[in-house]
Design a binder for this molecule. Sequence first.
Ligand code: AHG
Ligand code: MN
Ligand code: MN
Length: 344
Amino acid sequence: MHNGTTLTQFIIEEQRQIGASGDFSSLLNDIVTACKVISNAVHKGALIGIQGSAGSENVQGETQKKLDVITNEIFIKSNEWAGHLAAMGSEEMDDIYSIPRQYPKGKYLLVFDPLDGSSNIDVNISVGTIFSILRSPKGMSQEPVTARDFLQPGTRQVCAGYAVYGPSTMLVLTSGHGVNGFTLDQNIGEFILTHPKMRIPEDSTEFAINASNERFWEAPVQRYVDECLKGVEGPRKKNFNMRWIASMVAEVHRILIRGGVFMYPKDTKDPGKAGKLRLMYEANPMSFIVEQAGGASSTGRERIMEMAPADLHQRVPVILGSKNEVNRIISYHAEPPKASEAAA
Ligand code: AHG
Ligand code: MN
Ligand code: MN
């Protein structure tokens, strides 16, 4: 019987091909371990009393779930000691986390959303973890790292990935040479390559958006969704299907498997916020994965991966998925607004 390629084996083989140092493989290994520990906690659920609110708020003013706090801690503990990182940034921490003095410092920066879709945790629906690896501009020097060192465009990511804790736990990764998916074999505790070279179909008839925000959307998104809803009788001349899981990880995973579009667009709900999702640890890593799988990712007006970040916790509009659908939505944004809309 062939055992299948383990993630560890895959990482080492890829590292040999690109002639990288063992550092990167070793860092990925620690991230993978963190995801296994989180997977275990998520799957035990109420049995170990980790559901519900933590009674605190994060930097975005969102109520933290107990698991938001626990998974953040798991990520830090798994990744701080080995000497590969200079600092970490997380959705759950206002400031960056500098590597404590007792540990050696490395040349990479790690940003993560330890638990994505956390509103789903108490109702037993898929959640995930998203991460992105950047090079530290300070290199191996012992100079202190600042939040500004993290503010690099998504095109500079060395690697991005997510784990989805669903009916099975999967890890999906890119380091700029395509996208590969691995499934956790709980019995042996290893991720096995089950989805090599994942590709997003260029066309699709499925879209995902939180339609309760419809009245706050801009005209191009209103138009796109409206045309989809009109089905065979409308300008698209075909029927569309809709999904909304409220876990970006689960939506992106579905799109990688069977295509589709995911939108959390710019809206006027809260004029102080450019969108809901965070650039550094949600939009950028997912955009890297989606583009590497042949899809597209945009705010509607610019390629997400080319944005110059201004803040670690910056929010951006996100429109990603099947290339031809995303390009259509981009083209709607490029059209001049009608006189009636311009006046509004
Ligand atoms: P998080 O749990 O990390 O705060 O992220 C939740 C995000 C994203 O995963 C999801 O697509 C979106 O928020 C859901 O938002 P709504 O509740 O507004 O639908
Ligand atoms: Mn999230
Ligand atoms: Mn989160």
